[in-house]
Write a protein that binds this ligand. Structure first.
Ligand SMILES: [Zn+2]
Length: 272
């Protein structure tokens, strides 16, 4: 799950959530000197920049709301049933992955075995769940066991070939999109008679596109979890709360993608 980050200010790339797959992966601080915008129409540019800042703030709020709804979400079945589904997912897909449910009482054991005190602290508090292919571990809060099915969905994705692995790993690079687009844009000529090149024109959609693989992979992970629950528990299970929770989780990723598009646009505007 690992909550995505929305960049309200592209000058301060904060660490990309906590470490799904790449524990402790930090993006370099983006610290270009602030330059006064040298556009043909400074007033218009400033207006657009302010608008984008406003949108970023709104996205951030919306994302927090989705996270809150996810945290408040109900469990769709008993912990015992979730365990049954999780075991079946591991068995059926031959996963070499340990499954853990973390609470205040056992978090120290996890930290001792795997490191990452902050990560397990968040899981123990019910604020996060994650799968780490490096540690071959999927964990969810003991208070929210159903999140494990989504994490095992990631674990299954990791076994499904190169394309899936690409989707999964792209998140490590996606957040560099504003910087990369800025660099590419400086290399790209403008067409005659136009004052914007292709990247300057499409920075928003290109920034979002960089995050799309992550959104898709998140969605697939959830679908795998839901499908496994349906297969193992059959018609008696009410999957609606599970689907609802996973939808709120996906919502945070979609908002983060839009946020990345906004950040890319803002960076391009400021620098050109
Ligand atoms: Zn996830």
């Amino acid at each position: 799950m690992v909550r995505p980050v929305i960049y309200t200010n592209p000058y301060s790339f904060s660490p990309f959530a906590t470490g799904y797959d790449t524990p402790g992966f930090y993006f370099p601080e983006y610290s270009e000197p602030v330059q006064s915008p040298q556009s043909e129409n400074p007033a218009k540019t400033l207006g657009l920049a302010a608008l984008l800042q406003g949108i970023a703030l709104f996205l951030n709020k919306a994302s927090k709301w989705c996270s809150y709804k996810l945290q408040q979400g109900k469990e769709f079945t008993s912990a015992e049933n979730v365990n049954k589904v999780a075991s079946e997912m591991v068995k059926k897909n031959n996963l070499d992955v340990k499954v853990g449910f973390v609470d205040a009482a056992n978090k120290a054991d996890f930290v001792r075995n795997y490191g990452g005190a902050a990560e397990f602290e968040a899981v123990a508090k019910g604020e996060n769940a994650f799968f780490s292919s490096a540690s071959k571990l999927a964990v969810a809060p003991k208070s929210r066991p159903s999140l494990i099915l989504h994490e095992l969905g990631h674990a299954v994705n990791a076994t499904k070939g190169k394309f899936m692995r690409f989707l999964q790993n792209s998140r490590g690079y996606a957040t560099a999109a504003p910087t990369v687009l800025l660099l590419l844009s400086s290399l790209l000529p403008k067409k005659q008679g136009e004052n914007q090149n292709f990247i300057q024109k499409n920075a928003g959609i290109l920034g979002f596109a960089a995050y799309l693989p992550t959104i898709i992979e998140e969605g697939i992970a959830s679908l795998r979890g839901i499908k496994a629950a349906k297969n193992v528990l059959g018609k008696t299970a009410n999957l609606a709360p599970l689907k609802r929770n996973y939808l709120f989780a996906l919502c945070t990723y979609i908002l983060a993608g839009i946020g990345l598009g906004v950040a890319a646009k803002e960076t391009i505007i400021r620098e050109s």
